[in-house]
Design a protein around this ligand. Structure first.
Ligand SMILES: [Zn+2]
Ligand SMILES: [Zn+2]
Length: 456
């Protein structure tokens, strides 16, 4: 059985975003793996004016959808899929089932999706949470299993296994979709579960051409930036995406300021309603935390809900805090979205505080070309300016960029995923990467001799 031929892509094949793959089990029965939104340059011209993307492929034969995790580039087209009449089961981990409605509700609010309530109720009724590591039988002689991907809370990669056909090694035929693979040593999250084997592996390649900066010392580097910032007062601004990295940062900040009287005056402000809700759910899901995080709980610490943490809800409160920080110069750390400063509450902080030399801006995520975040990164160090909402803001704040905060495996870790298997990986199909990342990873895989088939 040449299983690679059974895989069809409806997104994240050419670019990084819009993850949506189809696995054809039988002629008239296929599974979808993710149904994500295209973002940024991947589709700019194709987004209709109403802001959400339609489903441009037939869905009558789709008998189930697996969601690997709830980032918008993996679930964002779900409302459109529902509107197109989708009524089959939606499989995901129990944690993703908890987090998904929050993400969808927020996305539909932003795009003003019609009948959002109805869509949410529909999705809820179709959700079939599957615990990690347990096989679930489908009707078409295939079964599926979710394995921890260590990318964000609830993230999984998915294995499909045929119940009668075997491969050359006499093992049941398996097709695996990696979803997004995390790095090792991510705060809060257990490391990704090693792959056993695959006859075909659909593998993400976001950082297929890169090696990450050291993750072991990143907290130390964050600490030294915060310490320096603290000396001259003012605000430390950290633009961050609501899901995943914000919780990692809170976890590290708690550890930095825990039990050190020096930080008694430091307030940590989480200013994003979505990040606030999400952090609450991360706290509820503490049974999924890694051992280190559980130990902190046992030591009566509260890594995501510590005393100095203040969560801002209303817009009015948000504006009050921006104003307070502008005038008081009191030391504070602010985490707010969006991660690339292209919108969200971080923009008001930047407008108010970029001109103040006591301010420090700390970037922990990739800043795409053309975003305000990239401008600040590029022109901030030479006292340049940035355009925010068509106005010019001079930058007198200090600008820092910290590496080691990626939520995606780098080339070394992706190769390790292929290397630590017990059986063989035959064919690999690279997705979720720019052409250059795919080319570099493809070459590295072929050079490594880690697969028995081809990169297709
Ligand atoms: Zn993701
Ligand atoms: Zn992704």
């Amino acid at each position: 059985m040449d299983v690679v031929k059974r895989i069809v892509h409806h997104g994240a094949h050419q670019g990084v975003t819009g993850s949506c793959h189809e696995f054809v089990m039988q002629n008239d029965a296929a599974m979808l793996i993710d149904c994500g939104q295209f973002q940024g340059g991947d589709i700019r011209d194709l987004v209709p004016e109403h802001g959400f993307q339609d489903i441009d492929f037939p869905t009558q034969h789709i008998v189930g959808l697996v969601l690997t995790h709830c980032h918008i580039d993996h679930v964002g087209r779900l409302p459109s899929l529902m509107t197109a009449g989708y009524r089959a089961p939606i499989y995901c981990t129990p944690a993703t089932a908890v987090l998904l409605p929050i993400v969808l509700a927020d996305a539909m609010k932003i795009t003003r999706f019609p009948q959002a309530e109805k869509v949410l109720r529909g999705v809820q009724s179709l959700l079939r949470p599957l615990p990690l590591n347990q096989w679930h039988e489908l009707e078409q002689d295939w079964r599926l299993r979710l394995r921890n991907a260590g990318h964000i809370m609830g993230s999984a990669y998915v294995e499909f296994e045929h119940m009668t056909e075997v491969n050359e090694s006499q093992l049941p035929v398996r097709v695996v979709f990696s979803g997004d693979l995390g790095c090792k040593n991510t705060p809060l999250l257990p490391d990704p579960t090693p792959l056993e084997y695959a006859d075909a592996l659909v593998l993400e390649s976001t950082y297929g051409d890169r090696l990450h900066e050291d993750r072991q010392t990143r907290q130390q580097r964050l600490k030294s930036v915060i310490e320096k910032a603290f000396l001259d007062g003012g605000t430390v601004l950290i633009p961050a995406f609501s899901i995943g990295r914000t919780q990692e940062l809170l976890y590290e900040i708690e550890d930095i300021i825990f039990d050190d009287p020096k930080w008694r005056k430091m307030t940590v402000i989480l200013d994003s309603p979505l990040a606030g809700q999400y952090t609450q759910q991360y706290r509820r899901l503490k049974m999924l935390w890694d051992e280190e995080a559980k130990q902190r709980l046992a030591d009566d610490r509260h890594p995501l809900n510590f005393e100095r943490l203040h969560v801002v809800e209303s817009h009015q409160q948000h504006m009050q805090i921006v104003d307070l920080l502008r005038h008081s110069g009191e030391p504070a750390i602010v985490l707010a979205a969006s991660g690339m400063c292209s919108g969200g509450r971080i923009v008001n902080y930047l407008k108010a505080l970029l001109g103040d030399e006591r301010t420090d801006v700390v970037f922990v995520g990739y800043q795409a070309e053309g975003t305000p975040g990239r401008q600040i990164q590029d022109y901030g160090p030479s006292s340049g300016y940035v355009m925010l909402d068509h106005n010019r803001y001079d930058i007198r704040a200090r600008i820092h960029t910290l590496g080691g905060y990626s939520a995606h495996a780098d080339q070394r870790e992706l190769l390790e995923f292929l290397h630590t298997t017990v059986g063989a990986v035959h064919d690999v199909r690279l997705v979720h990467g720019e052409a250059s990342a795919k080319a570099a990873l493809s070459a590295a895989i072929l050079r490594s001799g880690l697969i028995t088939g081809k990169v297709v």
